[in-house]
Ligand binder design. Structure first.
Ligand SMILES: Cc1cc2nc3c(=O)[nH]c(=O)nc-3n(C[C@H](O)[C@H](O)[C@H](O)COP(=O)(O)OP(=O)(O)OC[C@H]3O[C@@H](n4cnc5c(N)ncnc54)[C@H](O)[C@@H]3O)c2cc1C
Length: 509
């Protein structure tokens, strides 16, 4: 790495943890700080291991790949990845019901009014089909089709939104190779002590089990749920959100695949909590996210096993957490990224995105050894706001439902919710209004997908929609639907696409 930093510049960054967070951070720093005179060290412990989950992503991951300059096909082959066009939610609104939260958009806005208002007017009268019919990604997902966006002018095929499912362990290895090839030093070892500076409590060094002392200027805590530095050493404090999101356990068990892979995640609501199904090229990832208040570990394994298509490929991997966030993810010269910064259950696959966001914000507020408090405060405010918005979006899946058939669902139905979410729901219930605030992660389309999918029905719609005749609205909706139908019909199947462009050696369909 080059030699351009000033004398009070950060000279040594120590990343504790070699899970997805640690290696995503190291890979990005190794790329972006190429010309900055700074050593990057990752300490990881094979003895402790990683959570080995985190296999479904959202489209923002494409930006991460782009920054690293990753070749997408190579990355897919190396991580046994598949494409993801959205999440199908089964039994969430009520038993037997399913809906898709697709990536991308619904229809096209007309005369500066959001598309869904025109659709609402017709849908409320039984004159238009479900909103899913106006989403290219939802339709393609259901038909098992996939293509990358094509340069085709105004065609919806030029804007296909997608993400990936991948093997989390292979992904961390892939990024580890990337980072070490780019000059990052990997150190195998267990951190047993954190030495603080006497005068200001900043972290001075870390002691490894073999006695070695590792000094640094900036410490990134990627040590997982325990938050070895941010909590263990700096006692930063935690903001507990489990009153709103009571699921605090998961058990994961992959199994072999017996069918052509689907380009979407499936989330199935259970009597308490929910199960995931994530199809990869070499296997299916399965997991059950459950509240320990209602379900024991043994019951969880029994339920997950009973719903798996084939025999498990490994023993159950149990994970335990408290939902919430650190009071500050950046404290003194320590920044927590990944599970050490906090956790919202994986219902909307937001874990890796929050890592990405933490890295991006840290780079935009990259400190000198002076560590300006106003910059640290700004980082914490921005991360907290993003976490709260994601939290509220996830809470909505539990709160807005017709289900009251078990003690768990009755609990969710009756729980109080944050004011921000209350207002979002009320706004939609009145006249179908949806706004994206503070550049929050989930846009209007996502809120619409889940509010409608979970069963919320607005009383009205935007009054300016009535400036078009019903005949004209009907004509336009039918046209949009037919363009989407035709576009989807010429997309290849995901299986053909993978076979042609990015097949892992073990994939057999
Ligand atoms: C059940 C579940 C499902 C999830 N599903 C998704 C999903 O579908 N999509 C998504 O985006 N996110 C998901 N996530 C979140 C995602 O898994 C995590 O954000 C991601 O894996 C990052 O984890 P991590 O690197 O912070 O922690 P870990 O994987 O726990 O890594 C911690 C690292 O710290 C090291 N370490 C710990 N202590 C020490 C020590 N004393 N000395 C040295 N090293 C140490 C460990 O060895 C390890 O390398 C899920 C999380 C859970 C719990």
């Amino acid at each position: 790495m080059g030699v351009t930093s000033k004398s009070n510049g950060i000279k040594k960054i120590i990343i504790v943890g070699g899970g997805t967070a640690g290696w995503m951070t190291a890979a990005t720093f190794s790329k972006v700080l190429t010309n900055y005179d700074c050593q990057i060290v990752v300490i990881e412990s094979d003895q402790i291991g990683t959570v080995s989950v985190g296999e479904a992503t959202i489209p923002q991951i494409a930006l991460f790949n782009k920054i690293l300059g990753i070749d997408e096909n190579e990355f897919i082959v190396k991580t046994q990845a598949t494409f993801k066009l959205g999440i199908e939610f089964v039994n969430w609104k009520q038993k037997g019901h399913r809906y898709m939260h697709p990536f991308g958009r619904y229809g096209v806005d007309m005369d500066a009014i959001q598309f869904h208002h025109y659709w609402l007017k017709m849908y409320q009268q039984g004159k238009a089909p479900d909103i899913e019919k106006y989403s290219l990604e939802a339709l393609a997902a259901k038909q098992g089709r996939f293509n990358r966006p094509q340069k085709m002018g105004n065609s919806p095929l030029s804007n296909i939104a997608y993400a990936f499912h991948f093997d989390a362990t292979l992904y961390a290895k892939y990024l580890r190779n990337f980072a070490t090839n780019n000059g990052v030093t990997r150190k195998e070892g267990k951190v047993v002590d954190v030495v603080l500076r006497h005068n200001d409590g900043f972290i001075e060094s870390l002691r490894l089990e073999d006695g070695e002392l590792i000094e640094g200027d900036l410490f990134i805590d990627c040590s997982g749920f325990k938050g070895l530095l941010i909590e263990g050493a700096l006692k930063t404090g935690f903001n507990d959100w489990s009153d709103w999101l009571p699921c605090d356990r998961a058990v994961a068990m992959p199994c072999t695949s017996t069918e052509k892979i689907k380009p979407y995640t499936i989330s199935t609501a259970q009597d308490a909590g929910w199960t995931w199904r994530i199809p990869l090229q070499h296997r299916i990832g399965n997991g059950y996210v459950y509240p320990s208040q209602f379900v024991s570990d043994d019951e969880a394994v029994a339920l997950l096993t009973s719903q798996m298509e084939t025999a498990p490929l490994s023993d159950p991997n149990f994970l335990r957490w408290t939902t919430g966030t650190r009071n500050k993810s950046w404290n003194k010269n320590c920044v927590a990224i990944g599970l050490s910064a906090g956790f919202i259950e994986p219902l909307e696959s937001t874990g890796l995105h929050l890592i990405q966001l933490g890295i991006a914000k840290l780079l935009s507020l990259f400190p000198s050894k002076g560590f300006e408090q106003v910059e640290i405060d700004t980082y914490n405010q921005q991360l907290n706001l993003e976490m709260e918005r994601i939290r509220d979006f996830v809470i909505m899946h539990y709160k807005v439902t017709n289900r009251d058939d078990t003690a768990f669902w009755r609990f969710c139905k009756n729980m109080s919710i944050p004011d921000y979410l209350k207002q979002k729901i009320e706004l939609y219930q009145n006249n179908g209004r949806i706004f994206r605030q503070d550049n929050e992660l989930f846009n209007e389309m996502s809120w619409l997908a889940v509010m409608h999918g979970q069963g919320l029905q607005p009383k009205g719609y935007h009054p300016l929609v009535d400036t078009l005749t019903e005949y004209e609205i009907d004509r336009r909706l039918k046209h949009i639907q037919s363009v989407i139908d035709k576009s989807v019909s010429i997309m290849p199947s995901q299986v053909d696409f993978i076979n042609q462009h990015c097949k892992s050696p073990t994939y057999t369909f």
